[in-house]
Design a protein around this ligand. Structure first.
Ligand SMILES: NC(=O)c1ccc[n+]([C@@H]2O[C@H](COP(=O)([O-])OP(=O)(O)OC[C@H]3O[C@@H](n4cnc5c(N)ncnc54)[C@H](O)[C@@H]3O)[C@@H](O)[C@H]2O)c1
Length: 300
């Protein structure tokens, strides 16, 4: 923490305890001049939960919440449903520029075929159950945000030296505990890479102990992906602050126009050039020349 700046600078560090993590969050509640926070910019819902449960007296001064993650957004919808949410929130996670950025540019670097409970079988990937996939795959990456995805009975059927990891939030998708309890041998090949020998003689290579693999085994998200996310966050904060009258307590999406503004700010980096609609073309399509170009219900 720096004393020379007019505001507090809080650092997180690898290996911090739960208490230290909470301490870090609590440092964001008050500015140095004693003023409490007036907006929440969250990434997982912990600050939102902390303020609602432990510091509810601060809620009246808070104009809005913007939430980054799937997990945090689930939390907001739950709070809204049970009546505990007290501040309007924007779900940044489902902005197209955030969601597609994370899925297409980040997770897809890892994932080839998927097991899913989504009935649509989208994007032409082979979709099957874990019961089937566990016998065939060489590399397994869980990314459901759900619990109990890869379990003991799956490990037992995997090919020798199958690699297993998780990219979803938290550590509940892969049953690392089962491996620790049931393997006959565990060798730490190098930091964040463990090779287990099962009773059937086959091996499983577990990355990052089943925790988020891109954080455990790599340097996190590419800065371009994060730039998309953080631009969404900043625009959501400005929107909630400047147009608070438009947002009732509840969970809202970032207006399409702002989502498109995030995209526009990043197109150069991808060498994408967009055609500018002529007045005649815009009129023909029934669209404003400067967007939004898609209706709110449009799914990319
Ligand atoms: N590590 C990272 O950098 C990173 C980045 C983005 C998201 N995440 C995390 O990844 C997880 C997923 O996020 P998302 O935005 O893709 O969520 P999502 O809800 O859009 O996608 C999850 C998919 O998993 C499927 N699913 C859920 N439970 C399942 C089950 N039991 N069996 C099979 N399929 C199941 C759902 O049908 C859905 O298609 C979340 O936990 C999120 O926090 C991590």
């Amino acid at each position: 923490m720096s004393d020379r700046l007019p505001y507090k600078v809080v650092f997180a560090w690898k290996g911090e305890t739960d208490e230290e993590y909470l301490w870090c969050i609590e440092q964001t509640l008050y500015f140095k001049d004693g003023q409490p926070l007036n907006m929440i910019l969250d990434d997982g819902g912990d600050l939102t939960n902390l303020v609602h449960t432990k510091y509810p007296q601060l809620l009246k001064g808070i104009r809005g919440i913007s939430e980054e993650t799937t997990t945090g957004v689930h939390n907001l919808y739950k709070m809204k449903a049970n009546g505990t949410l007290k501040v309007p929130a924007i779900n940044v996670n489902d902005s197209v520029t955030k969601l597609l950025g994370h899925r297409l540019l980040l997770s897809k670097e890892f994932v080839l075929d998927l097991s899913s409970l989504n009935p649509t079988g989208e994007s032409g990937y082979e979709v099957t159950t874990m019961e089937e996939a566990c016998k065939e795959g060489n590399i397994f990456v869980t990314t459901t945000g759900c619990t109990d995805i890869v379990q003991g009975r799956h490990f037992e059927q995997m090919k020798d030296d199958a690699i297993v990891c998780n990219i979803g939030h938290f550590d509940v998708e892969v049953d690392a505990k089962w491996l620790n309890d049931n393997a006959v041998e565990a060798v730490n090949v190098k930091p964040q890479v463990d090779r287990y020998t099962l009773r059937n003689g086959r091996h499983i290579i577990l990355l990052a102990e089943g925790r988020l693999v891109n954080l455990g085994c790599a340097m996190g998200h590419p800065s371009f992906v994060m730039s998309n996310s953080f631009t969404n966050q900043v625009l959501a904060q400005i929107e909630l602050w400047t147009h608070s009258d438009k947002y009732a307590v509840g969970v809202h999406f970032l207006p399409k126009k702002l989502d498109e503004a995030v995209a526009a700010a990043h197109l150069d980096k991808l060498s994408v050039k967009l055609t500018k609609l002529s007045d005649k073309q815009a009129k023909y399509l029934g669209l404003p020349r400067d967007g939004p170009f898609k209706p709110d219900h449009y799914r990319y």
